[in-house]
Structure formats: C-alpha cells, structure tokens
Design a protein around this ligand. Structure first.
Ligand code: ZN
Length: 425
C-alpha cells in the first residue's frame, strides 16, 4: 500500500511537470490556444496542480474541424507524416506528426503491447491498413520495431494471405479488427486449414469493443472465443490522443499511459465522474510536438476505474467504449448506441455480414435499418431477429435484404480503413 501511494504521487508529480511544459509550449506556438487563453483570461502560471486544469475550457471536435491548422505548433517543413482522422460523421481532420511525434507513437505502442503481455520474442501479424493516412498502422509498425519484436504486415482482408503468413512465419499475435476474425475462421474451415492448431496465442483487437461494461465478452468476443482458443485483448485509441489504452492480461479495462496523456472522465456538465462511473473521455496530450491538445473532448463514453488492477499496475483504466456521444440514437423514446445494435446481430450465428443504416424521419427522429444479405430473407428469420431486438433493446429496427456481393462492397470499401458497419443516410 505504502509503495503504491508513493508510485501514484510520483506519477501525478511527473504529469504536472509535463502539463506545465505543455501549457508553456501551447502559449508559445499554438495560435488556437494563444487565442483561447487570451479570450478566457487564463494565466498559465496559475495552473499549479492537476486539478487546476478544470479552470481551462474544453477543446471539442468542432474546434479541430474549424481551426485545424491553428493547432499546428511547428513549421509545415517539420511535418514528417500527414494523417487524418477517420471522420465517420464529419470531414476528416488533419493531424501533423513530426519525427518526434512518430517516436512518441512508437513509445506508446511498445508500452501498450508489453502491457498486453507482449515481448521482443513475439511476432505480430498486422492485419490493419498501414497507409490510407491512417495513424494506427504507422504506430504499430514503429512500436513493434521499438520493442524489438517482429512484424508481418499483411494488411486488412485477404484471408488467403493471412493464413499463408501464419503458416509461413508462425506469428504469435494478430493485431486486427475483431469483426474480421469470424470471417478468417470461416475461410479456414472452408479451405481445410487447421486453424485450431497454430502459433497464434492472442489477438489485439482494435476499433471495436469485445467486452461488455462488466468486462465479460460481448457477443462478438464470445463468437470468436467459441471458435478459437486464443486470448483477446482490447485496445482503445484515437488519432487525436496519439496514444492507446490497452488491456493487460487481467482484461479489466485499458490502462492509461500517464507519461503520454492526462485523462479526465467527465459528466454532461463537465465535472469529473466518480470511480466506476460512465463519462466522456477527455485527454490532454503530453510530449506532442506537432498538434498537442489540451482538455480535448473525444466524445467517447467509457467507465473509468481508478483502483489498482489485478496485474499490479496503479494506472487508471477505461472500460469498453459504450458509444460515441455524436452517435447517440434516439429511437422511439429510447437512447441507444450503435455497439448495442451490433451486439444483437453478432448473437445470430447465421449473420456474418451486415450494415446498420441510421436516417432521420420527417419528424427528426432517428430511424434504424439493418441491411442483411438476401439469402437470409425468410419469414422465420425475420421474426427471430425482430424478437431478439425486442428482448435485448426493447426496440425493433427495420430489416432490409440486398444482394450479398453488393452488401460486401458497401461494407468493405476500398478507400476505407475499417469495415463500414454503420452509415448515415
Ligand atoms: Zn492491469
């Protein structure tokens, strides 16, 4: 107990030093924050504790979109890599990375993968895109190099290449979008590949949750684990944070890296939520050179846990992303988030491809349609899906069936980095 208290105090002291240098840096180089400090009469020298952060206004997604280049703190000649956010709901925002920022990403990912049980002995098969202006692929590559492990860059899709690489190079960990894994297993079954007996020990799951808020596997997680004896580890990150919250092997939420981020989890009014409660994730990025952010509201809603983890670490943990604030759906008087809609579909073994369409009706209410391949179109199936929604979410979306190939093209678009399971029409 005594030693952990000292450790927590040390972490906080270290964060405060880094916060103060962030404030000085923004005051010197960020036109956005210079203006914000001026407009709000903020004297950065008055920030003498982490709690004093509360005196500074939040930065939100709109600010980034509207004043994108005002956040840039270096000359454009110093930019080493140009990345963009995925922009599901809006135009993508540019993030400018300097060489030092790429090194910070590498440090973050090396730490994160170690937290997930990895070591220099591991070989990672990277099943995410490394181009398309995507930060994560770059971060994984740099991080794996930094930790002294090996990497096989297969990229997304291409199940033949994935299995051939697994057999040829014996990777130990897959880094993948979890909804692709059932497809990968289907391919193995159809082609007589002995997928149950491979070198793969674990899968680092990016982009989608694999657990419910109680940390039990969600339907997608259960589906994968029922087919394959591997360990699933969740990681949550975003371009804006330039850092990841990655699970340790205890699987009780993603750990904060206190050297790279100051985390706040806040309620609707912007006040910090209590231990265990749900709130919006707010980050201040530490050690970023190109586009550092102060009190940035991510829109992501997570439960926060300040207790010591079973693994012995004292760093704050975040539970799975319950939803994005901007993706909150008001449906017939109920509030739901897309992951809950996906979870019901993942419960149905016949479904391995779907897209959820959100539209507004003439009264401004959200309307949900689930698009499915037409070979599933039968009265009995229709009834089964509707009944399951009714019991799980108390709402029943519309169902529409289209050609499997067309649906496949709609979900797995060439120019996109992730499958488009959700669209706004
Ligand atoms: Zn832990």
């Amino acid at each position: 107990m005594g030693s952990s208290t000292t450790e927590i105090e040390k972490m906080a002291d270290n964060q405060l030093i880094k916060l103060q240098s962030l404030l000085l840096y923004l005051n010197d180089y960020s036109s956005f924050y210079q203006k914000m400090f001026r407009d709000n009469n903020i004297d950065i020298n008055s920030i003498t504790s982490l709690r004093d952060l509360e005196n500074i206004p939040f930065t939100c997604k709109d600010d980034l979109a509207k004043y994108n280049d005002d956040f840039l703190c270096v000359d454009k000649k110093q930019v080493a890599d140009f990345v963009t956010t995925s922009g599901t709901l809006s135009d993508p925002v540019t993030f400018y990375l300097t060489a030092k920022d790429i090194d910070r990403l590498a440090e973050n990912e090396a730490q994160a993968l170690k937290c997930a049980g990895g070591s220099s002995d591991d070989i990672y098969q990277l099943m995410t895109t490394i181009d398309k202006r995507f930060m994560a692929g770059l971060a994984y590559q740099a991080g794996i190099l930094k930790m002294g492990a090996g990497i096989v860059r297969t990229g997304p899709g291409a199940p033949f290449l994935q299995w051939e690489s697994i057999q040829r190079f014996s990777p130990t960990v897959l880094i993948a979008i979890p909804s692709f894994i059932p497809k990968l297993i289907d391919y193995a079954i159809e082609n007589g590949i002995n997928y149950k007996n491979t070198s793969i020990k674990s899968i680092v799951c990016i982009g989608e949750p694999i657990r419910n808020e109680d940390f039990e596997s969600n339907e997608l997680g259960k589906r994968i684990l029922s087919l394959w004896d591997v360990k699933l580890l969740s990681t949550y990150a975003s371009t804006e944070m330039g850092a990841a919250f990655t699970e340790c092997t205890a699987g009780k939420g993603g750990h904060l890296n206190p050297d790279l981020l100051i985390l706040e989890v806040v309620d609707e009014k912007g006040n910090a939520v209590k231990n265990g409660e749900l709130g919006e994730v707010v980050v201040s990025t530490l050690g970023v050179e190109g586009m550092p952010l102060l009190r940035y509201k991510t829109g992501d809603l997570c439960h926060v846990d300040y207790d010591q983890c079973g693994c012995g670490r004292n760093t704050t943990r975040l539970g799975p992303v319950i939803g994005r604030k901007q993706q909150m759906i008001k449906f017939k008087g109920t509030t739901i988030f897309p992951p809950a809609i996906f979870d019901v579909l993942d419960m149905i073994p016949e479904i391995d491809l779907y897209q959820v369409e959100i539209s507004k009706n003439e009264f401004g209410n959200d309307h949900i349609t689930v698009v499915l391949p037409n070979h599933l179109d039968s009265k009995a199936f229709h009834k089964k899906v509707k009944a399951l929604y009714k019991s799980k979410l108390r709402v029943t979306p519309d169902l529409r069936y289209i050609d499997q190939e067309d649906l496949n093209k709609q979900v797995f678009k060439q120019e996109k980095r992730k499958p488009e399971k959700l669209v706004y029409v």
